[in-house]
Design a protein around this ligand. Structure first.
Ligand code: PLP
Length: 378
């Protein structure tokens, strides 16, 4: 083997369908991580598969400067479904690129440079996005990164208000921190971010790479917060497993974005995948389903495991369970003894980001498995 970056897991996945993955020995796994929220509609959803195949038959790729129907449709759909006032769309290939673009657009449109970000935040791994990511382990080997980034404690309204000044180009924040441990923002924190950025003519960026696409119980977490930012970044679930990112912005940003481009921006096939994903999520009421089933899952985990875990938090189907003894052993036991794949968020949090289409029976399966494992540990 010559790949060197990933520590590969000892299970070779060969096939997926809905909430399930199958390995090369035919074992079935309930996918409670959706490979980091990347398949909100479940694996190999027929609407997305069909859209991709049809587009692929007609045209795989043409340079982005020619209009293509699938991309135009996606632009319109994203503009229509984004919060009021956000209707310009830039497409790219990943979450970090979506944030990279947002940071560049903010610097250009405001003619300022300082970026305010949050402790424990995660925004990606290219030089700009990485500079706004909190964890030193990800940054140290690559320094110097872009300068002029100030970090404030998440949910500290006063620190945030104080950090934003006339030199500030943007505040970038996840409405619920994912990688940082499933930490939901208080509404007042997002409101403070809105007020402070408006007062200083800075841009407010919601990084919805993980929270978007219905995961938190509404299409965008912004919809729930009542706070409308100037930009929303998306990726992960946007193409239901195919690589696409988006930076959605208000007019005042789009009018002065500077000069930015990417060869593969919104290619025909990937745009067809994302259009099918978003329209299915919206038409089938997937966010409301995620809200309901996620509420059930959180309630039952709390009821059955309240004493054996430290905390259960999140919104919709973005759930973190803070455990007492570290999440690694629990993840291994879930996979090997119960056929359930989940994710960590740091050392002590078990992260659940399942397909948003999971049903009651899947909730029961997960709760039973957790009770079985954690009940024993006492
Ligand atoms: C995963 C993630 C990113 C980075 O996305 P990539 O596609 O891996 O570059 C950025 N922000 C948040 C909140 C994420 O969860």
């Amino acid at each position: 083997m010559s790949g060197f970056v990933f520590n590969e897991k000892p299970i070779q996945i060969e096939r997926g369908e809905g909430a399930y993955l199958y390995d090369d020995s035919g074992n079935e796994y309930l996918d409670m991580g959706a490979s980091y929220a990347c398949v909100p509609l479940g694996h190999n959803h027929p609407a997305v598969d069909t859209a991709v195949r049809e587009q692929f038959d007609d045209l795989t790729y043409v340079q982005a400067s020619y209009p293509v129907q699938s991309r135009t449709d996606l632009y319109e759909l994203l503009a229509e479904t984004a919060p009021e006032g956000i209707d310009k769309v830039w497409l790219c290939n990943s979450g970090t690129e979506a944030n990279e673009a947002a940071l560049k657009f903010a610097r250009s449109a405001t003619e300022s440079s300082k970026i305010v970000a949050t402790m424990q935040g995660f925004h990606g791994r290219t030089m700009g996005s990485l500079a706004t990511t909190w964890k030193n382990k990800y940054k140290k080997p690559y320094e110097p990164l872009i300068g002029d980034v100030e970090f404030v404690p998440y949910n500290d309204d006063d620190a945030l208000a104080e950090a934003v000044d006339d030199e500030t180009a943007a505040v970038i924040v996840e409405p619920i921190q994912g990688e940082g441990g499933i930490n939901p923002a208080e509404t007042s924190f997002l409101e403070t971010a809105r007020e402070a950025t408006t007062k200083s003519d800075a841009a407010l960026i919601f990084d919805e790479v993980q929270t978007g696409m219905g995961r938190t119980g509404s299409l965008w977490a912004a919809d729930d917060s009542g706070v409308v930012p100037d930009m929303i970044t998306s990726a992960k679930g946007l193409g239901n497993g195919l690589p696409i990112g988006a930076t959605l912005c208000r007019d005042w940003i789009a009018e002065n974005y500077g000069s930015h481009a990417s060869t593969f921006s919104g290619g025909p096939v990937i745009s067809a995948a994302a259009e099918a994903t978003v329209s299915t999520i919206v038409d089938e009421g997937v966010p409301a389903h995620a809200d309901e089933i996620g509420g059930d899952l959180r309630e039952e985990i709390e009821a059955e495991l309240g004493d054996t875990v430290r905390d259960v938090r999140g919104e919709g189907l973005m759930i973190g369970i803070e455990v007492k003894r570290g999440s690694n052993r629990l993840l291994k036991q879930l996979a090997l003894n119960h056929g359930i794949l989940a994710l960590p968020a740091g050392r002590s949090v078990l992260r659940l980001l399942p397909p948003l289409t999971i049903e009651r029976e899947h909730v029961d399966e997960v709760v039973d498995a957790l009770v079985d494992i954690l009940g024993e540990d006492g």
